[in-house]
Design a binder for this molecule. Structure first.
Ligand SMILES: [Ca+2]
Ligand SMILES: [Ca+2]
Length: 373
């Protein structure tokens, strides 16, 4: 009896010793490097979302977001990412909130410590990797005009399951983008499937105009996953006066380093995008052939097969065809490989209703509606 009591006391003491050791586990926090991989980038915004308002935080002795190793205690909670939430408390006040985003991730963006390691990014299966797509909306002309590019995430064939957040780098040629604090903006659509209310989804945008780079991160900070696909938001780019700064034949935009986070707080790759806009489209409406009569869509209404034909009997080349439903969701996006005067594509599988197809071919873009019976 005495012996077992002593044993219980001994076990209790050992457990207490262990918990004391746990409670005192010291770590270094580099403010803003939430994923603790040695660099502050868009992925850290996703990790910030994982830890947002996590309970039982431990404040550091020194509250600071200076870029140096800030000594603190591990919180002993890490969520699905496996990285202690203490790293998300960038300013050390014991809470993970927007202050940590605004005062540390923005301020220390791009800084490194030690030898930066890639974040743990499992390879996506070929059929599972969601796409980001860029679709130009308009064709601005004079100085100060703004180019709008819609951003889509996921398609009907590869929707995004249990989405918690995404980050991507939008690239552009800095020579042709105005030197203006608001030169690059990103806004979520009010009906975006990833959620658009500020209490639900946080938008992060860090621009480096000289480098031709803007990092966007979109995070559901309530850790409540959603599934879906289609339009999420719009990039606004204030262009230089392209009648003075003559760009090459094509203005190139792109998406790279795209990553998404799923419901288990794990990262996955996203297929990036490239967009080559013929610059004449941006400078002069006189040389722009946007007449929607030039490309004909028939029959309309259609039952089984839709045909696209150039009315000038020109070949449709280097084209892209995007099909949307009435709510603006992208259903199909593809680039026929063969130059032809007529293209056909099947629509027999679509439910009856009105659809929108956007065709980009050479220097032309046109948008048409059709009715599926
Ligand atoms: Ca990091
Ligand atoms: Ca904090």
């Amino acid at each position: 009896m005495v012996r077992s009591t002593l044993r219980v006391i001994a076990l209790g003491a050992a457990a207490m010793w262990c918990s004391l050791v746990q409670a005192q586990q010291q770590i270094d926090v580099w403010p803003g490097d939430v994923s603790n991989n040695g660099v502050v980038d868009g992925v850290d915004v996703l990790f910030w979302g994982f830890a947002y308002q996590a309970p039982n935080g431990i404040a550091r002795a020194t509250i600071s977001t200076d870029w140096s190793a800030q000594a603190g205690q591990a919180w002993q909670s890490a969520g699905g990412s496996g990285v202690d939430f203490a790293h998300a408390d960038a300013n050390g006040d014991g809470v993970v909130d927007h202050q940590d985003l605004n005062e540390a991730i923005y301020t220390n963006f791009g800084l490194t410590h030690g030898s930066a390691q890639p974040d743990d990014l499992p390879a996506g299966g070929s059929g599972q990797m969601p796409h980001i797509l860029l679709l130009p909306v308009n064709t601005p002309g004079d100085d100060g005009d703004t180019l709008f590019i819609d951003v889509m995430l996921g398609t009907d064939s590869v929707p995004v399951q249990d989405f918690l957040g995404t980050t991507f780098e939008f690239t552009f040629n800095p020579q042709f983008v105005a030197d203006h604090p608001d030169a690059i903006q990103f806004g979520l659509f009010s009906n975006a499937w990833i959620g658009s209310s500020p209490s639900e989804t946080t938008i992060f945008l860090n621009k480096d105009l000289d480098a031709g780079s803007a990092t966007v991160a979109l995070v559901r900070q309530n850790n409540d996953p959603v599934s879906g696909y289609g339009l999420i938001g719009r990039l606004s780019i204030i262009m230089e006066d392209l009648t003075i700064v003559r760009p090459p034949a094509f203005l190139k935009f792109g998406i790279q380093h795209a990553v998404w986070a799923g419901g288990t707080q794990q990262l996955g790759p996203v297929r990036g995008a490239a967009l080559n806009l013929p610059w004449q489209q941006l400078t002069s409406s006189a040389v722009l052939r946007t007449s929607t009569d030039e490309i004909r869509l028939y029959p309309n209404p259609v039952r089984n097969t839709l045909y696209l034909k150039d009315e000038d009997d020109l070949l449709l080349t280097d084209a892209r065809v995007a099909l949307f439903d009435q709510s603006g969701r992208l259903l199909t996006d593809y680039s026929p490989k063969v130059a032809s005067e007529v293209w056909s594509f099947p629509v027999h599988h679509l439910p009856p209703g009105t659809y929108v197809v956007r065709i980009t071919s050479g220097q032309r873009t046109c948008t048409k509606r059709f009715l599926k019976r």
